[in-house]
Write a protein that binds this ligand. Structure first.
Ligand code: NAP
Length: 286
């Protein structure tokens, strides 16, 4: 099998004043948390590459950021569930002479319901997006960051990473993968100048939650206090990424939930999440 091409460079990231700024690539930048992360990075003066499928939304966001900030936002339109898409993105970056100092693996999808009743395609797409492309982009872009002795990777996991969640079994498993990978890499990369952060938000007010709310009374009954503002999540994620914090759980209720899952025996955690899941209307068959 042919070896994958990885970009090699010794160029240092741009130095602005005392702070290192780098170009950021954000997947799933056309909406939700990804779009707010783009706004946050642009506000701090980073140049950006915005990736998703929706060309119109990406172009509008790039225009907004270029007009509002002293930055340069470029767009790559790509279906990130497509096999080989990570290599295609890296090839396009190399052709355009663009180096990435900060990778934000944000694109992700969620589905709820009984595993046995869900189409295989839904899970193939979820694994491709939440796990496979995140891993490939990290593998392709990390070596150049290590060579330059500077880099940041922000992996968007979820509060779901801390425990199994029956009725969101594959989603929770993909996010556990993201958290585990991030923690391993953060130790492997000690002393290299590259830091890796896992962002683990709880429910956040984006299209992802909106879609489930539209068809579920259970989701509609969620108290507002448990739903985070994506702008606030992005602001905290930016600070955690740049400071090299390994895990960020934004919001006190989410921090309590994550802490609970880590001190509770696994049988008890899954019994509680199993009981809660069985009350949800998306688990009622027929
Ligand atoms: N919202 C929450 O409550 C919550 C909680 C915890 C973690 N998260 C995580 O946060 C991340 C962002 O979620 P969000 O809530 O911001 O979701 P969202 O509002 O639904 O946005 C998802 C983004 O992913 C992109 N995307 C989806 N499928 C794609 C594909 N095949 N190829 C390329 N891009 C694709 C979408 O762009 P296009 O449609 O234009 O392609 C969009 O930009 C996800 O990893 C999610 O798991 C969300």
């Amino acid at each position: 099998m042919a070896a994958r091409k990885k970009p090699k460079t010794n160029k240092k990231p741009t130095l602005v004043g005392e702070r290192k700024l780098g170009r950021v690539l954000i997947t799933g930048a056309s909406a939700g948390i990804g779009a707010e992360l783009a706004r946050e990075f642009a506000k701090h003066g980073h140049a950006l590459v915005l990736v998703a499928r929706s060309k119109d939304k990406l172009t509008a966001l790039a225009g907004e950021l270029n007009a509002a900030h002293d930055t340069e936002a470029l767009v790559i339109v790509e279906d990130l569930s497509r096999k080989g898409c990570a290599q295609a993105i890296v090839d396009e970056l190399a052709d355009r002479g663009i180096e990435i100092d900060i990778l934000v693996n944000n694109a992700g999808v969620l589905d709820v319901g009984p595993f046995a009743d869900t189409d295989t395609d839904v899970y193939d797409n979820m694994v491709a997006l939440n796990v496979a492309v995140l891993t490939s982009l990290t593998s392709l872009l990390l070596p150049a960051m290590v060579a330059r002795k500077f880099g940041r990777i922000l992996n968007v996991a979820s509060l779901a990473a801390f425990q199994p969640i029956p009725s969101m079994a594959v989603y929770a498993a993909t996010k556990a993968y993201v958290l585990s990978l991030t923690e391993s890499l953060s130790e492997e990369l000690r002393g290299t100048g590259v830091k890796v952060t896992a962002l683990c938000p709880g429910l956040t007010d984006t299209g992802m939650v909106g879609t489930i709310k539209a068809k579920s009374a259970t989701a509609q009954a969620t108290p507002n206090i448990l739903i985070s503002d994506p702008k606030a999540v992005a602001k905290q994620a930016y600070a955690a990424t740049m400071s090299g914090q390994t895990i960020l759980v934004p919001g006190l209720p989410n921090q309590i939930a994550a802490a609970w899952a880590q001190v509770t025996p696994r049988w008890l955690t899954r019994t509680v999440t199993g009981f809660a899941s069985r009350q949800a209307d998306w688990m009622k068959r027929g």
